[in-house]
Ligand binder design. Sequence first.
Ligand code: NAD
Length: 432
Amino acid sequence: MRFYYGPSLQIVNKINCKRKKMAQNPFENALSQLDHVSEVMNLEEDIKEILSKPQRMVSMTIPVKMDSGEIKLFDGFRVQYNNYRGPYKGGIRYHHHVDLDEVKALAFWMALKCAVVDIPMGGGKGGVIVDVKELSKGELERLTRGYAKMAFDIVGPVIDVPAPDVNTTPEIMEWFSDEYNKILGKETPAVITGKPIEKGGSEGRDKATAQGGFYVLEEAVKEYNLEPGASMVIQGFGNAGAHMARISDAAGYKVIAVSDAEGALYNPEGLDIETLFEKSPGGVIDRNAVKAEEISNAELLELECDILIPAAIENQITEANADKIGAKVVLELANGPTTPEADKVLFGKNIPVIPDILANAGGVTVSYFEWKQNMENEKWSLAEVDEKLSKIMKGSFVEVLERAKKYGVDLRTGADVLAIERIREAAKEVLK
Ligand code: NAD
């Protein structure tokens, strides 16, 4: 759940009152976030009104022929939140808990994320209510092709460009793109990103989130005077966490603890990350691969270190453990790992939290690079991708920091201000 507050007690109280009334509805949380940032930056009421609603929401019923021969209906959504800065961009999530309010909130956050890193994309998100574990591969393919058929009229390279999200893979992106191309009668790889490389995907997409986070970290290390070789603790050893460990280790940081859902490995002298990376595919750590002590995830979060990187799931740093966090800087590779209450404690303790919307935006940035390469029929090398990513991520950190200092707020609010400033500029152009 994302919920934001800032420096003024008045604002905090107002939001706290609202919080008591509201259910844990992600879209209400997104609106509270909008309320808060609007107050901080004195946003025009009409722009705020526009941003409090998605531009378009499509609900669909997708019939799928199951392996048994029976036809089953699945509910799906695509929310197109805002396109003032460019085509809607955002993943398609397959999960049994998907609901429209969640998709609306995620689409709003995508609009902010694209704006923070200043890529010319808007915010969108899709979802299908489905438990993927209950589907065969053929059923999953037919569901995806069904979703592409239903979304055909509202997606396209200059309209809305979906991508992978929870439980959706490069192969699923390929099925979607293939179905879209069949209906259109034309090869259009730029309709979706996150495709396999041989089907028009970009170099560097697999490590993009971590690589982008690492570039942000390099700027943060300078700003907060951390030593080269600073110690690092990472929660989660999947796509984001394991790549982050590997990139940071290679750059000379001392990764002293990492974890998966089962628990953590700790070695104050530094873990052998290269071996751990090789032996721990799919986010599950091989506990016998390296010399280390086993500790719990709760203990990992409280270790004394320079940099703590939550890269697993949401709501890990909470009111219950925020005052025990032993890091000097927190970098959020996961989405929503810090609760609003914990944010407040960490801000009070002068521990900067580099927010998810900035720290993990490397993923969507390289998705945009994929779209751009497809649109311009180009193929960039990994070195080109990394160079462009570095420039964007480092520049965005500097701009977020500047907003945080200007308004006397935490980096999360600074990132929101920057994003809304950019959307407001685009709105003025669109609405003139
Ligand atoms: P993943 O599934 O590849 O890996 C998740 C890791 O977290 C695994 O090691 C898993 O064991 C661990 N984990 C799960 N539950 C845990 C728990 N309760 N305690 C500790 N560890 C636990 O996922 P990912 O793609 O690396 O994503 C991780 C986070 O980063 C998510 O919040 C995701 O939304 C965010 N993110 C990822 C990307 C991306 O490109 N992969 C982009 C933006 C944001």
